[in-house]
Design a protein around this ligand. Structure first.
Ligand SMILES: *[C@@H]1O[C@H](CO)[C@@H](O)[C@H](O)[C@H]1NC(C)=O
Ligand SMILES: *[C@@H]1O[C@H](CO)[C@@H](O)[C@H](O)[C@H]1NC(C)=O
Length: 430
């Protein structure tokens, strides 16, 4: 979720979406009944399109190669007649930008692929989609919430807390209000119009204390204020046991045009994102990952707006243009982004009344530096002329620097960079 400054505690709300979910109990699985079974099957049939080919990944995932015009985006009524744009009209250029410009890192780093590549490729004209299994849906608090952020952070003025329910303006939808700490360690820019963002992020496998928590490292492209209609495009890597059923590090995207309420989802779990790439699967495990005092592996992520069609594109590494979010999905982002954030987010559910020991990044503090701490390097924004350039006035933010911290740097090879992360619970973060 997007970060709201100045508040340590973010209020999260769980919405009930119909009578069936009134039985929601924290961490509980949906009670099994034949009616629910039927609903789950129906949902799976909607999500999983019939594949041209199927690839079994070593991590247990099934990757379906689905005809490009049968992907979930085409369930959207506005996309019924859509002709897929097979490449962007414009591609941002600039410092560290082109595929030929190899920024020689001061230390050795390595590019990464996805685990399922070991067992095959998707044919041309298809896209790889991670198959949703029954267990995936059953782990969700309700079928409707599967693939979406469970909670919704409510941006608030810094003062008073009293009437949270009221402020949301959605009293009727609210099942209960709970307080969950979301912890961030990020760098950000605001105060201008932004048309995209890029960074190279090294990849780790942070330990998650409880399945209902997650740890992620991502770019946020944000439009609007932190209100009901916040627009957000997010991409990076995450470990999320609830969403994927394991502790693997996975490539992911998220989008919303109404502050995580009714629109948007992870990956291709709803109609929205149109994928064109046949080699990279959203939500699939990335491998290998970086080791402490060992080899470092990183991924580059670029999100930018095509000035001609207005769509928001995403590129993974220097070679894989994954696809685009059509402009009509958004309100503010139809024009430009007003803020960009880069960094980590952890859900702290305060198990045992103490701070979670869920790690962010490598689980080590930024002071430890290369080979030990997690980094974002060559941090850049896209300007209105479609050029990649250094962000002006990069700020940093963290709720509790004793738990997770962030430290900026700047040099010739890495441009603007930062180390971030931490172990969560420790002597200074009880
Ligand atoms: C799609 O095309 C059909 C036939 O041309 C037309 O009737 C329909 O309105 C179009 N739908 C959309 C959403 O544009
Ligand atoms: C994920 O990691 C936690 C501890 O960090 C462990 O308790 C749990 O069993 C792991 N889950 C899976 C599916 O491997």
């Amino acid at each position: 979720m997007a970060v709201m400054f100045g508040r340590r505690v973010v209020v999260l709300m769980v919405f009930f979406w119909g009578l069936s979910s009134l039985v929601w109990v924290s961490g509980a699985r949906l009670a099994s009944s034949s009616k629910q079974n039927l609903q789950v099957q129906k949902h799976l049939n909607r999500l999983n399109k019939s594949p041209v080919k199927t690839i079994q990944s070593p991590d247990g995932d099934i990757i379906d190669c689905v005809h490009i015009y049968h992907q979930p985006a085409f369930d959207h009524p506005f996309l019924k007649n859509h002709t897929i744009q097979m490449s962007p009209d414009y591609h941002p250029e600039g410092l560290f930008g082109g595929s030929k410009v190899v920024a020689k890192p001061k230390e050795r780093t390595n590019p990464i692929k996805q685990l399922w590549h070991q067992n095959g490729k998707c044919p041309e004209g298809t896209i790889p989609i991670r198959r949703t299994k029954e267990d995936d849906v059953l782990r969700a608090s309700s079928i409707k919430r599967y693939g979406r952020k469970k909670h919704r952070s409510i941006p608030k003025p810094r003062s008073a807390d009293p009437d949270l329910v009221n402020e949301s303006g959605h009293q009727a939808d609210i099942g209960f209000v709970c307080f969950i700490d979301e912890q961030h360690a990020i760098a950000y820019v605001e105060g201008d119009k932004y048309y995209g963002a890029k960074a190279t992020i090294n990849v780790w496998e942070p330990k998650i204390q409880q399945p209902n928590e997650f740890s992620l490292s991502q770019i946020w492209v944000l439009g609007g204020s932190f209100g009901e209609d916040l627009n957000s495009i997010e991409a990076g890597w995450q470990v999320s046991p609830d969403l994927y059923g394991d502790n693997n590090t996975r490539l992911f995207t998220y989008w919303t045009s109404d502050a995580y309420q009714a629109t948007g989802c992870y990956n291709l779990l709803c109609s929205g994102f149109i994928q064109i790439n046949s080699e990279i699967a959203m939500g699939a495990s990335i491998s290998p990952i970086s080791g402490y005092r060992s080899s470092q592996y990183d991924i580059s992520i670029l999100v930018w707006k095509d000035p001609k069609e207005g769509n928001w594109w995403m590129q993974f590494g220097n070679d894989y243009v994954l696809g685009y979010w059509p402009s009509f999905l958004f309100s503010y982002l139809t024009d430009s982004a007003s803020m960009i954030e880069w960094g980590g987010e952890v859900v702290n559910s305060e198990p045992d009344g103490q701070h979670t020991s869920t790690q962010m990044g490598s689980g080590h503090f930024p002071e430890e530096g290369f080979g030990k701490a997690s980094y974002f390097r060559n941090v850049q924004v896209v300007d209105e002329s479609n050029n990649l350039k250094a962000p002006k006035d990069l700020g940093t933010f963290t709720e509790q620097s004793n738990c997770y911290d962030v430290q900026l740097g700047n040099n010739g090879d890495w441009g603007h960079f930062f180390y971030y992360g931490g172990p969560g619970r420790n002597q200074n973060c009880p």
